[in-house]
Design a protein around this ligand. Sequence first.
Ligand code: NAD
Length: 486
Amino acid sequence: MAQPDASHYVAGAPLEDNGGTPFESYDPATGEPIARLRAATKAVIDAAVRSADGAWRDWAARPGVERGRVLLRAAALLRERNRELSVLETRDTGKALQETLVADAASAADALEWFGGIAASIGGQMIPLGADFAYTRREPLGVCVGIGAWNYPIQIAAWKAAPALACGNAMIFKPSEVTPLSALKLAEILTEAGLPAGLFNVVQGASAVGSNLTANPFVAKVSMTGSVPTGRKVYTAAAEGLKPATLELGGKSPLIVFEDADLDDAVSGAMLGNFYSTGQVCTNGTRVFVHASLRDAFIERLVARTERIRIGDPLDEATQMGPLVSHTQREKVLSYIEAGREEGARLLTGGGIPEVAGFPNGAWIEPTIFADVTDTMTIAREEIFGPVLSLLTFEDEAEVIARANGTGFGLAAGLFTKDLARAHRVAAALDAGTLWINGYNLTPVEIPFGGVKASGLGRENGWAAIDHYSQVKSVHVTTGSVDCPY
Ligand code: NAD
């Protein structure tokens, strides 16, 4: 078991309310429960809101360098405990330890370090107005709510908490009910690093808790990561309360391989962009457009390398692919594979459930590749959120740009080419919040991250995140006497 002391973390300490609806967190590799928790009751939500509301003004009044110091200490603690946190994340999500060791608590630490580093530099502008002048103050919003998805639980918590806290806000974070555990560890670490009580609270639960938090009148802002349908609901609720919302939603991103691409690198990009985290990455380049002249060579190398992916015990560091997060998710992915078959795509490899010795009840799935996919097929239009790669071919640049943009999503895109001018021309033409040239799925905390079109609103990370966790106050200063006609 990975049972925490209590379900929630409020006002600097674990909190339980036995009246909350019980739920379990499962290890997706074994199918066994690893923790029993309770969803937040109204009393828990009220306590979290009260403690956050009572804490942020003092925090905001401190010099940025002091706030930053706390975040930097928390980053160091995360790094010290990286292995223990990675094991917990692997047990909760099923993602291979080989990945969680480098991409989860480590990414959370990056965010705390980066935003801790800039906390002292968050400020305003001086605007000369002749004899008079004005200045702007960048002020916090107050109580912010973060709502997480299940694919990168501690990373999502920290990507939201770090800029919020750097700006002087408090955050109430609701993890996904599927992966509730690591956010509680982040809360403990922040307290240990010196964060005053009430500034980072964790409340557990599913959609009802998320929507109660969003609608709470003391909550000034919501930042949610998840699917497009949930994003719509959160945005509607936020609009009702006239609150700003940051939404990090789903995608169906294109990855374009031009005829002059380095073939091995392009295959690496396509594999990273479809199979990392068992395909459960929002930015995945699930529509791989390969120039017709490269098609056969690309397929040969891609299939050979995919069939060598080691699936197995996610806690074994040699394992390259763990199970999906849940059996529910596997049902969904299998139904898309079935749709691919029925609609005429050609299955090149995978498509089934592998036998994994010692783990008969895991949510395993084979990495799957379809060729001869057309733009109108379901697997080319809808987000699958599993290791299912669709290969499409194209002949020329204008055609592939139009087809790549022919989706309601716009989270990310990638392209492989050695032609510099084309790389930047196509980068400018694609509808995406993030674009990778000759690489895929790199998300350092220094660069803004977010989507266009239905893939989201606002940006996380980089200086851009500061705009979404602060507001500008203008202060006008008159230096002479007041010019008044009366
Ligand atoms: P989901 O939409 O089912 O749930 C996301 C979160 O919202 C959960 O914590 C859930 O409890 C909560 N929620 C559900 N209904 C709510 C409501 N009415 N009000 C408030 N909160 C509510 O998403 P998921 O299945 O957990 O995650 C997978 C999705 O997340 C995929 O679509 C993926 O692309 C997306 N995602 C996006 C990013 C990104 O940064 N753009 C990152 C990771 C995942």
